[in-house]
Design a protein around this ligand. Structure first.
Ligand SMILES: Cc1cc2nc3c(=O)[nH]c(=O)nc-3n(C[C@H](O)[C@H](O)[C@H](O)COP(=O)(O)OP(=O)(O)OC[C@H]3O[C@@H](n4cnc5c(N)ncnc54)[C@H](O)[C@@H]3O)c2cc1C
Length: 442
């Protein structure tokens, strides 16, 4: 175990998370390279009375993977990726990011549903469900789990799979970091790429309503191979954006086709008919597409999300209005279509409820200056209030910060929350792992 404490020259780098809003000072950051290190770290926390947080990729927007004055189990040293092209499975250490996993799997032309941003940690992402571009053809990341190795609150090493500790395995399909420290994951892989039709289409703000309506109709009925999102952005000062669009509100479609390259071009054709001013869709390596929307760390972030069964014009009007009312040029207003393989998983098969939702809205406030915090946070909250009458009451927890216990319950529904609470009592009765969207022990 590599212990980093205040005063260590590595301390500030080790404690930093993706979201610059989070500035916490743990007493101990325990770098863990093995399950034994994790057990030692948990033992130290128990003896010294430290509160525990578990950290992998550091992308928790609410900063739940760190704390003030406690101990952080930092799994980043667990960096192994072993891909078996014969069985189409990969064993992945808990410290691996999606970029690292994707590159290793793509050497064999394989992939599984992963983060839309390559720096996200495999661990936190998957335990929270795991929504990515491949989800409509292959399900969420958690739907592709074969097994998970964990260290429990009392230091035991256990495996969860269909055959071993199956109820625990069920809980790991979206139940988050509530039940132990995951040290490695085995995933099912699928042939993907390595070249896919993918990219970005951009229109000026004047076209927003037309584009949004067409997008809803196209993406809502598209084959499962089309993974996409509708995004409001501010035209960045980049070469690919014509000067008259830079600094302006733009509407974009980002997407990829998980299949034949020419079929992908056909799938994008209806959107191209609306004459985007920028068309960067074409054949590209899947690993490049997976980095296309990588954001720099060090910005301030506040996000929320809602599920929708339908997205009528009136809901789209609210969505578009808030696209224009973003409070920072870095903020995004995002609409993702669900359905496909996500919805084909039976409701009881995982803790996540309302997987039949057809759409997710995801107000994504990002800004730089601390003085702009209140108006950015209020923007996301106001969108939630105005879109409330079109939601189905469910929520995808990976896309929200700390929005209280009611939202955790809403993500699972009362019955499945109860089942998770019983599981929590079995594996973590003292709620050692409470730095998360917390399920309280029954
Ligand atoms: C820029 C950005 C883009 C994102 N894009 C997507 C997306 O496309 N789809 C999506 O679904 N989500 C997305 N997310 C959300 C992300 O999946 C969650 O925040 C996830 O929890 C991050 O995992 P992490 O390991 O990077 O985070 P961390 O901050 O390290 O961990 C987050 C939480 O996960 C748990 N955890 C982490 N590691 C372990 C472990 N080894 N064992 C047990 N529990 C653990 C802990 O409870 C911890 O509090 C994105 C986040 C960011 C910042």
């Amino acid at each position: 175990m590599d212990v980093i404490s205040p005063g260590d020259p590595r301390y500030d780098e080790a404690r930093a998370l993706f979201n610059a809003m989070i500035d916490k000072r743990p007493a101990v950051i325990a770098g863990c390279a093995t399950p034994e290190d994790v057990a030692d770290a948990l033992d130290l926390a128990r003896r010294e009375g430290y509160e525990v947080a578990v950290r992998a990729g550091g992308h928790s927007v609410a900063g739940m993977s760190t704390n003030d004055g406690g101990l952080v189990v930092d799994v980043r040293p667990m960096k192994h990726v072993e891909v078996d092209p014969t069985t189409r499975q990969a064993r992945v250490g808990a410290g691996v990011t999606w970029g690292e996993f994707d590159r290793a799997a793509q050497e064999h032309g394989l992939a599984t549903t992963g983060g839309r941003v390559s720096t996200t940690g495999v661990a936190g992402f998957t335990l929270g469900g795991g929504s990515g571009w491949l989800e409509r053809s292959h399900g969420l990341a958690c739907d592709n789990l074969v097994s998970v190795d964990l260290v429990t609150a009392d230091g035991r090493q256990v495996t969860a799979s269909e055959d071993e500790n199956p109820e625990l395995f069920w809980g790991l399909h979206g139940g988050g970091g509530n039940f132990g420290v995951a040290t490695s994951f085995v995933f099912r892989l699928h042939p993907v790429g390595p070249i896919v039709t993918a990219g970005l289409l951009l229109w000026p703000g004047e076209a927003a309503t037309d584009v949004a309506r067409l997008y809803r109709d196209v993406a809502g009925t598209a084959p499962d191979e089309l993974g996409s999102g509708l995004v409001f952005i501010t035209g960045p000062p980049e070469e690919f954006v014509p000067p008259h669009l830079q600094g302006q509100t733009l509407v974009a479609v980002v997407g990829m086709w998980d299949g034949d390259i020419d079929d992908g071009a056909d799938a994008m054709a209806p959107l191209r008919a609306l004459a985007p001013e920028v068309d960067l869709v074409g054949p590209m390596p899947y690993t490049d597409f997976q980095c296309l929307i990588d954001d720099p760390p060090g910005m301030r972030n506040y996000w929320s999300a809602e599920y929708h069964d339908e997205f009528p014009d009136a809901a789209l009007d609210v969505f578009v209005k808030y696209g224009f009312e973003r409070q920072s040029p870095l903020a995004q207003q995002i609409l993702f279509p669900w359905g496909g393989a996500v919805a084909r998983v039976p409701e009881d098969a995982t803790p996540m409820t309302k997987r039949s939702a057809r759409w997710i809205t995801h107000p994504f406030a990002v800004w730089e200056d601390p003085a702009d915090t209140d108006r950015n946070v209020e923007w996301a909250r106001a969108f939630r209030r105005d879109i409330a009458r079109y939601t189905n009451g469910g929520v995808y927890l990976n896309f929200v910060g700390d929005e209280g216990q009611d939202r955790v319950r809403a993500a699972y529904g009362d019955e499945k929350y109860g089942r998770l609470a019983t599981l929590k009592r079995e594996w973590d009765p003292g709620n050692v792992f409470r730095g998360n969207h917390n399920v309280r022990p029954a």
